[in-house]
Write a protein that binds this ligand. Structure first.
Ligand code: SF4
Length: 293
């Protein structure tokens, strides 16, 4: 017994200090992408051609990267000798609208706004969520699981994952919504009492991710259900998920933004890449979601 107490004392407090303190992220962490259009030579489409999910493209407003499709694989980084794309250590990426996931040069990301006063009164201090893996590969699911560990301790914010949708205030959906999971997902949605929240986690749930266009997936959960929060990543880091949930609940309002100060420096531009033909826009055409509950 005393050994247990001794070990507990030796280990000390293991829960991260977030949101009062900035989280520590590994050096290899890839967060919010930042684009610098001014580095793009005329007609270059190296990054567009390198992207496996058509997440990056160019339209009349310039270079655009759709985080809802992005796998954070860095193929575009390697394809761009000019350093027009880089991934920062900023874990804050969750948005309320699908179109806000499209990152552009010089445009600040519209981070998720809190719920309205009525919904915050209901869920702000106690939120029960049912997780539905709709054809997921256990990547996003693992990072959701991690939130329950002593390091993140999501329970200290009043957020808890529950076993039944009937006991839940909302759904957290992962995976590309495979055809054989569609009716189960819709049943789970109907089983959650209103008013309810729907949160999609990961590129697969947001857009179909690497499976987009396949007849067995839905190419975005917002084609089936109204979405209250989009959390991009492949999979998103637990900090991105936690930050999104707390933003939605208004739990970060009035708090200073906590991100790590040191960012990987932008690489110096290389000289003389071949100018290529004009690039056609390839960012997602986002259908308006049904009315939120
Ligand atoms: S990091 Fe994202 S935008 Fe870049 S190539 Fe990979 S999927 Fe495409």
């Amino acid at each position: 017994m005393f050994d247990v107490f001794r070990e507990r004392r030796r280990q000390g407090k293991r829960t991260i200090g977030y949101p009062a303190e900035a989280p520590t992220l590994p050096d290899r962490y890839r967060g919010l992408p930042v684009l610098d259009d001014s580095r793009c030579p005329d007609g270059c489409k190296s990054c567009v051609e390198s992207c496996p999910t058509d997440a990056i493209g160019r339209d009349s407003r310039g270079l655009a990267l759709d985080m809802g499709r992005c796998l954070f694989c860095t193929d575009c980084l390697e394809a761009c000798p000019e350093g027009a794309i880089r991934f920062t250590h900023d874990y804050r990426m969750a948005t309320r609208n699908r179109s806000d996931l499209v990152v552009r040069s010089g445009v600040e990301l519209a981070l998720a706004e809190p719920l309205d006063a009525r919904m915050r009164k209901l869920f702000g201090r106690s939120l029960k969520l049912r997780q539905v893996s709709a054809g997921g590969d256990n990547a996003e699911e693992s990072d959701l699981n991690v939130l329950g560990t002593i390091v993140f301790d999501i329970g200290r914010f009043g957020i808890q994952f529950v076993a039944s949708p009937r006991h839940a205030d909302g759904l957290v959906i992962t995976g590309p919504v495979a055809e054989n999971m569609k009716s189960a997902l819709l049943d789970a949605y109907e089983s959650v009492p209103s008013p309810k929240l729907v949160i999609v986690v990961g590129a697969s749930a947001i857009s179909g991710g690497p499976f987009r266009g396949h007849p067995e997936v839905s190419d975005g959960t917002d084609r089936l259900l109204p979405i209250d929060l989009y959390i991009p990543g492949f999979p998103p880091h637990p900090m991105t998920i936690l930050d999104g949930l707390l933003r939605l609940l208004g739990r970060l309002e009035g708090m200073p933004e906590r991100i790590r100060a040191e960012e990987p420096p932008a690489p110096p531009p290389a000289s003389g890449p071949d100018p290529l033909a004009p690039i056609v826009a390839s960012t997602a055409t986002v259908e308006g979601p049904p009315t939120s509950s």
